[in-house]
Each structure stands twice: as structure tokens, then as C-alpha cells.
Ligand binder design. Structure first.
Ligand code: SF4
Length: 766
């Protein structure tokens, strides 16, 4: 069967849905003709994206019809993956997993949740059910190779690790952006479709955009000013900005100051970070640092926004904290044009008063003693937890929508660890570098065969939005929630033939029970009565419906006419705009004091580590990553229209470094770090600072046993062979993926000619 011919809900029709591929949440118009996707373009009537689309959005068509996408479960037999029925797959999981749990306990099982799980409301909701059924504390996710520092700093400051403020980009007069390249990434931890257009609008209305980055990125070229910074030094420079604000008597915390403790502590903490003291470490001249601080203080409104380049470094949590410190000291927190919080529609109304606060380290990893953060352990520690014998050794792993073999540090070690597991189960649409190690692979439906609602990203959007997308096609197999529910039943010992509705009922009732608690809009309502009023068709959608109808913007099951309901969402296929962001203090605060704690002890103590580093900054070439608009981590390299054309997995090198190191444009270079060595094609460009080289991540599709035919033809090289899992940001557990010390040497043309691949892992040629 040609799976692009799976049954459409209507043979000829137009469908409007939100793109699930990245955080921008663009609206798409999907035209179906003769039961197939005819074309996909931006939805001009989408209330948030107004027709914007990037090159990835239209490739939902190719992803839906990708012949390499799995449609039936695979089970590994005699070293080869073979198709089996769903019942056989779950029976196999039961046969393999339960003996491991019985013999070694539940802590011998780990779970890894990849980035796409947060782009999928069913996986977001049901992830909790699976973790609970597994009964393990060995929880890992892509969050610790990405944004965990932002969670940690928000947890410490505001008591809620999900409460990170976003730049009010549509109203700000001044945006200071560090380590972010939304012209390629389309934005992250700030959901704003057409991020580039919104940046241009700042300048068109007379505002100012300043980009701080070691690379002159596309975003930097579009800015008023680009400051070249040493990778990993953002925290030191932000501390210097704060120092100048105090030193120049420029501090004015504005309305947020009413809810703020710790300003004097911050004054003391940043005292050593004079612009002169950080110049050597940051490469930014003192007069520039002073000018930027004065500009921030003088701007009518300003936002300070840091992203991946500030997070995936040894001082990631300090940098996240200091972006908010500078925002707060200039009076720009929680006011229009500054840094604000979204209020996603599925959350209840805010309530003031003390919260439960935020603590880390309630548990530690067995081998290196890393503290948990937000209930997770650093994924960089996963390989050693699998490798190291003893009580609590991880022997079984469940991966959901993730490719840790390419996305976490120290890939060679990671792959060896995955290969050594007793049992591995993956929920994934592809047989890729990670799932090739799995005993059982459970493929979810395509993105066009499921409904969509951005539970996670409306919590970090620059406007409050609600937009529900029904499926375009009927699913060929079970929905994600049925897959996860059956997996949870097996893991909890209820058998491969258990009824997933047991889990569905638990998930729904958990939401309804919270909704009828004292102080909530549905206080005291009858749960059975509420359940009977739900209209959504699928189990995950019924839980979503309960969340939305009981949320602050909901219809409260009829009690608030005109509020959100499935009928209202269905009647508005281009989305519902709930308006610009509004001040959320003090109701958002969940610290035990009910106030913003600007200098919490863990952060204050870590400042000394930053100060010591200033005195001993290693002066070696370092590696940083980069994004391209046609790439999305590791998993869209099997789409021909996205990978064709010029080679993009190249090592960018400054011309002066190229000359000094004997490299030529188009030649090959060997890059060696403490963790490993690879060979990559060289791209000489003055868009990168001296002593910095750059490789994109997510490549390296040359592993045997995968089924990625297009990606395999243009494999690229895996930058995570070079990253070192032993180096993490201690406060968040986030891996250090930027600023990796490396040595770069030329590879003689004669040697490069011995391979027909454009890039190759050195470890495989040695
Ligand atoms: S920017 Fe992101 S959400 Fe928008 S079309 Fe591209 S991949 Fe989809």
C-alpha cells in the first residue's frame, strides 16, 4: 500500500493546521486532491503567522509520503529488524522488559524523551503516564542538551521552571539578543512565527536590534549592531552590563520592583565584573559594554533575550539568570515592550500567594552524582549510567521521538552504551542511528494523521493564542496516546493485551480532578457530569478539551459563554487570538516567598566559579554549532528538497585561521577534541570570529543498519563525536555543546581522495 494514499477525511479539501515542526507554530494550508496532499503553503488567514512559512513547512507532504517512514512495528530478530503486528510488538516488549524489571528493579529502566515530544500534545500529556508506569527516576530528555538552564534560572527566580519570560518583540524599542539566530532557527523559547519579519519591524518603527554572537549570522547581518563575543562568555558580559547599571546609578526596577528581593545581593555579586575585567574573556571593548548598558537603561522599553549559544555552555544557568537580571534592573520585566510571560489558555487563572518553590538535587545520578533538575538527570550522564556495573545500572531504555545517538555528547561512547543495553524500545517513525539499537520500534502516525495543539509553545508565545488542528488523514495505525498507553500497561505489569482506555481514563480524570479543586473556576463540579460534556473524538483530544475548557480562557463547561470549547476551536480553523501579553505579576510567582528571588543561593554561589574562570580563560580555538533553516536537529535530513544543493555540513573557519592552519576552502580538515576526532569539508568565511570554528549538529547519517536512504546519500559529519559528556553546566545539568576546545589540522588531498564521502568520522578511518 502507498501510505500517501491513506484515507483522507475528505478526498478533495483544504485543511488548516499548525505546523508541528518547530517552535514558530506557523499556520499551514494543506490542499488534498484525489486523496493525496497536493500542496502545502502558509495560511494567510492564520491569526498568528499571517501566511509566513519556512522551507520546512511544506515538507510535511514529503514526510507523510516518505517511503522510509515506518508504518508497522519492527522487532529485531537475529540482528535484523523485521515487521510485526502491533500485538506481536507489545508481546515482545513484555517478554523482554519485564524480566529486567523483575531481576534488577525499576531503576534499571530509563526513559529518554526527544525534542518532538513537546511538539505533540498527545506525547506531552501521556509522557507522564509512561514515566509513572515505568516507575523509574532515570528520566532524561533533550532538555539537557538545549534549554535546561532557562528552566533552572526561572525556577530559582520565579519558583516555576516553565515560567521563562519572552521578548515582547512586537512592542519593544530595543532588543538585545545573545546566542540566537532566528533567521535560521525561526525562534526558540520565544514562539513568534515570522520572527525575522518581527525583528525587521523593530527597526522599521525606529527601534534598535543588537545581536551578540561569535558568528556574523544572518540575524546579525540584519541587526543595527553585531558584537562578536567569545563563545561561552555571555554570563561574564551580562554581569558587566549589570555592573555598569549599578555603577552608573542607572537601576530602575519599575513596577516589578514591588515584588522583588535580592537587588543589593546582585550589586555585590557583579561588583568584580567591570567592563575592563571581562574584556579579555569576552572580546568586547569596555566602552561598548558601557554604551550598551546605557542604551538599555535609556530605551523606552527593552528586552534581553538569550538562546542556545548562551545555554549550552559551562555557565548556561548564570547566563539565563543574568539576562533576566539586566531586564529587571532596567525596569523591563513584565511590562509591554520588555520581557513578558504568556498565559497559555489551558492553564487556570493566576492566583497570588506563596508557592512550593523550586529545588534541585532531590536525587543524584549514581555514577557522577549529578543532581536532578526538574525531575531529570543530565542526558550527558546517560552513557556512564548504562556502562557502569553495580546496583541501579541502567539495563533497559525507552526512547520517545529522540535520537540521542546524534543529539547528546560523545557519540561514540553513547552508541557503544546503547548497543550494550539488555532491552531498548523506541517510539519513532524512522529506523535511525538510535533506533537501530532498539529491540522493538513502535512507529507513530504521520503529523498529518493526528490532531495538533501547541500545549508547550503557547506557554512561551509572544501573543496568547489558541489553535486546534484536526487530522487531515485517518491514521494508518494507532495514535500516539494508544501506543504510549499500551506501553505503560506493559511496563506496569498489566500485560500486552491491556485496554489502553484504563490509561486514557486516568489521564482525563487527573485533569478534571485538578479542575474542580477549591479556588478553580469549576470548583465542586461533578466530574462524571463534566466528562459527559466532552465532545472531542480521540483520547488525547478529550484530555486537551478538558484542559482548555477549564483553563482561564475556557467556557468552563457552559458557565462562561464565549469561552474556549472544541466547538469554538473547530469554528476557527485559523486560530483564536487571545490578545497581546499582559502583566502576570505577582500571580505567576510560585516561590516560597511569593516574590521574585533575584539572588537565590545556588546562583549566588556559582558566580564565584565565573569570576575564577575570568582569570584563567583558555586561549585555544573552540568549536560552536550553527543552525540552517532547512535543517531541524537530526530528523529532517531524509527530505530531498531540504538537503539537496550546496553541502551545508561544513567546518566554517576564519580566513586568517585557515591560512595559519594550512586549510583551504573546499579542502578537508581534521577536528580533534578531548572526546574524539572527525574530518569535515572546510568553508572559509569571515562570518566567523578568529579562533572559532563551526559545525552544524544532527548530521552523521552513515551508520549501518539504518533506513534513511536520502540522508545516507548526504550523511554529513557528526559534531557530537567531539563534545565531551563529562563537562556540564552544574546548576542545570545541561551539556556543553558550544565552546569546545579543538585542534584543527589539514587533511592532505591524497587522503581525502581515498573516500567518496564528503566527510567522514576519523574514528572510522583510523
Ligand atoms: S518556521 Fe517552523 S513552524 Fe513555521 S513553517 Fe517553518 S518549520 Fe513550520
Amino acid at each position: 500500500m502507498d501510505h500517501n494514499d491513506s484515507i483522507p477525511i475528505s478526498d478533495h479539501s483544504l485543511h488548516y493546521r499548525t505546523c508541528p515542526l518547530c517552535e514558530a507554530t506557523c499556520g499551514l494550508e494543506v490542499a488534498v486532491e484525489d486523496g493525496k496532499v497536493a500542496r502545502i503553503r502558509g495560511d494567510r488567514d492564520d491569526v498568528f503567522s499571517h501566511g509566513f512559512i519556512c522551507p520546512k513547512g511544506s515538507t510535511l507532504k514529503q514526510l507523510h509520503g516518505d517511503p522510509d517512514r515506518l508504518h508497522s512495528p519492527l522487532v529485531k530478530r537475529d540482528g535484523r529488524h523485521v515487521e510485526v503486528s502491533w500485538d506481536e510488538a507489545f508481546a515482545e516488549i513484555e517478554r523482554l522488559l519485564l524480566p529486567v524489571i523483575e531481576e534488577h528493579g525499576r531503576e534499571s529502566v530509563a526513559i529518554y524523551q526527544g525534542n518532538p515530544t513537546v511538539h505533540n500534545h498527545a506525547l506531552t500529556i501521556y509522557g507522564r503516564a509512561l514515566i509513572s508506569a515505568l516507575g523509574t527516576h532515570n528520566i532524561y530528555s533533550a532538555g539537557t542538551v538545549d534549554q535546561m538552564p532557562r528552566h533552572a534560572s526561572s525556577g530559582f527566580l520565579y519558583g516555576d521552571p516553565l515560567a521563562f519570560p519572552v521578548p515582547d518583540i512586537d512592542r519593544t524599542d530595543y532588543l538585545l539578543m545573545l546566542g540566537a539566530n532566528p533567521y535560521e532557527s525561526n525562534g526558540s523559547l520565544a514562539t513568534a512565527p515570522d520572527f525575522p519579519g518581527r525583528l525587521q519591524a523593530i527597526r522599521q518603527r525606529g527601534g534598535r536590534l543588537v545581536v551578540v554572537d561569535p558568528r556574523r549570522t544572518k540575524t546579525a547581518k540584519a541587526a543595527d549592531e553585531h558584537l562578536t563575543i567569545r563563545p561561552g562568555s555571555d554570563a561574564a558580559w551580562l554581569a558587566a552590563l549589570a555592573h555598569v547599571l549599578f555603577d552608573g546609578d542607572l537601576v530602575d526596577t519599575g513596577a516589578a520592583g514591588e515584588h522583588l528581593d535580592g537587588v543589593d545581593d546582585v550589586r555585590r555579586l557583579v561588583a568584580p565584573f567591570t567592563p575592563e575585567a571581562v574584556e579579555h574573556a569576552t572580546w568586547i571593548a569596555p566602552e561598548v559594554t558601557r554604551r550598551i548598558a546605557r542604551e538599555l537603561a535609556a530605551a523606552p522599553t527593552a528586552a534581553v533575550y538569550g538562546r542556545i549559544g548562551t545555554n549550552t555552555v559551562p555557565f548556561g544557568t548564570l547566563a539565563s539568570w543574568l539576562t533576566d537580571v539586566v531586564t529587571i534592573l532596567t525596569g523591563n520585566l513584565d511590562r509591554p515592550g520588555g520581557m513578558m510571560w504568556a498565559h497559555p489558555a489551558h492553564l487556570p487563572p493566576r492566583r497570588t500567594g506563596p508557592g512550593r518553590g523550586f529545588v534541585t538535587g532531590r536525587r543524584r545520578t549514581r555514577v557522577s552524582g549529578h543532581p536532578e533538575v526538574k525531575g531529570e538527570f543530565p542526558v550527558a550522564a546517560l552513557p556512564e549510567e548504562i556502562e557502569t556495573p553495580g546496583p541501579g545500572q541502567i539495563r533497559a531504555l525507552v526512547t520517545v521521538a529522540g535520537n540521542p545517538a546524534r543529539s547528546i555528547p560523545d557519540s561514540d561512547r553513547t552508541e557503544a552504551a546503547l548497543a550494550s543495553l539488555d532491552v531498548m524500545v523506541s517510539v519513532d517513525p524512522y529506523l535511525n542511528e538510535t533506533t537501530r539499537h532498539a529491540d522493538v520500534i513502535l512507529p507513530p502516525p504521520s503529523a498529518l494523521s493526528r490532531s495538533h495543539y501547541d500545549l508547550a509553545f503557547y506557554g512561551q508565545a509572544v501573543r496568547n493564542i489558541a489553535n486546534y488542528s484536526p487530522p487531515v488523514f485517518d491514521p494508518h495505525g494507532p495514535l500516539e496516546e494508544d501506543i504510549i498507553a499500551r506501553l505503560a500497561l506493559v511496563a506496569s505489569g498489566q500485560g500486552a493485551g491491556g485496554d489502553p482506555h484504563l490509561i486514557h481514563d486516568v489521564m482525563l480524570d487527573t485533569v478534571l480532578q485538578a479542575a474542580v479543586k477549591p479556588g478553580r473556576p469549576l470548583e465542586g463540579a461533578d466530574i462524571a457530569d463534566l466528562r459527559a460534556q466532552l465532545s472531542a473524538r480521540s483520547p488525547a483530544d478529550r484530555t486537551l478539551e478538558a484542559m482548555l475548557r477549564s483553563g482561564w480562557a475556557g467556557d468552563h463547561f457552559g458557565a462562561t459563554p464565549g469561552g474556549l470549547s472544541m466547538e469554538l476551536l473547530d469554528a476557527n480553523p485559523h486560530g483564536i487570538d487571545l490578545g497581546p501579553l499582559t502583566p502576570q505579576l505577582p500571580g505567576l510567582l510560585r516561590t516560597t516567598s511569593g516574590r521574585i528571588e533575584l539572588a537565590p543561593t545556588p546562583l549566588a554561589e556559582d558566580v564565584e566559579r565565573l569570576r575564577v574562570w575570568l582569570d584563567d580563560v583558555p586561549d585555544r580555538p573552540v568549536l560552536v554549532g550553527r543552525r540552517h533553516v532547512r535543517s531541524n536537529n537530526s530528523w529532517m535530513h531524509n527530505v530531498d528538497v531540504l538537503v539537496k544543493g550546496r553541502e551545508r555540513c561544513t567546518l566554517q573557519v576564519h580566513p586568517a585561521d585557515a591560512e595559519a592552519w594550512g586549510l583551504i576552502d573546499g579542502g578537508q580538515a581534521r577536528i580533534t577534541s578531548a572526546a574524539g576526532s572527525i574530518i569535515a569539508p572546510v568553508e572559509v568565511t569571515d562570518d566567523i570570529a578568529r579562533s572559532v570554528v563551526s559545525l552544524p549538529h544532527g548530521w552523521g547519517h552513515d551508520a549501518p543498519g539504518t533506513r534513511l536512504n536520502i540522508a545516507g546519500r548526504r550523511p554529513g559529519v557528526n559534531s557530537n563525536v567531539l563534545t565531551d559528556g563529562s563537562i556540564i553546566d552544574p546548576l542545570s545539568g545541561n551539556a556543553v555543546l558550544n565552546g569546545i576546545p579543538v585542534e584543527v589540522t589539514p587533511v592532505p588531498a591524497s587522503r581525502a581522495a581515498t573516500t567518496d564521502m564528503t566527510s567522514q568520522r576519523e574514528s572510522e578511518t583510523a
